[in-house]
Design a protein around this ligand. Structure first.
Ligand SMILES: Cc1cc2nc3c(=O)[nH]c(=O)nc-3n(C[C@H](O)[C@H](O)[C@H](O)COP(=O)(O)O)c2cc1C
Length: 144
């Protein structure tokens, strides 16, 4: 008996889910970068950045965290290596930030932010101290 169109569609969607699951756990990679806000950046941009990041990252099973403090971003991305490279190449072209420096890029065996397509940590005093020591330690330019 030939499978009907509905049956085929169901099998195809099961296969798709399975492929996504395999991709979710294989070739896992992490990337951390820091950047400085550009002149074009407005505080209200954070909301649109997160809206796009949450949608696109969910579609590609990318998870991670975005820190923002003073004039700086630190972003941690984890997911399939190819997807991370693609998203990072888009992020690098974004005119809302500049002086983008890759801090770490390597293979990982498990995710730290499995349930977050892009968690966001807004400015706070603890983070400010972390930024101070980070930028001091790495002798990165400070504009504040
Ligand atoms: C600091 C910062 C972090 C960003 N993080 C992400 C992200 O995690 N995922 C994402 O898809 N876009 C992110 N974006 C937005 C991208 O740069 C870009 O605008 C978006 O992917 C749409 O790309 P497109 O205009 O080439 O379609 C981020 C932008 C900035 C400035």
């Amino acid at each position: 008996m030939k499978p009907g169109a509905y049956e085929l569609k169901f099998k195809f969607s099961c296969l798709e889910t399975l492929m996504r699951r395999v991709k979710y756990i294989m070739n896992l990679s992490k990337l951390i970068y820091v950047s400085t806000i550009a002149d074009a950046f407005k505080l209200s941009d954070i909301e649109s950045i997160l809206r796009v990041a949450e949608r696109v990252n969910r579609e590609r099973s990318i998870s991670g965290m975005l820190f923002f403090s003073h004039h700086y971003f630190i972003q941690y991305l984890e997911g399939d290596e190819e997807d991370i490279n693609l998203i990072y190449s888009r992020i690098r072209k974004d005119c809302r930030h500049t002086e983008i420096a890759t801090i770490a890029k390597s293979a990982i065996t498990e995710r730290l932010f499995e349930h977050w397509s892009m968690a966001y940590l807004p400015p706070n005093k603890t983070l400010d101290k972390l930024y101070d020591s980070f930028f001091l330690l790495n002798s990165l330019p400070r504009t504040i």
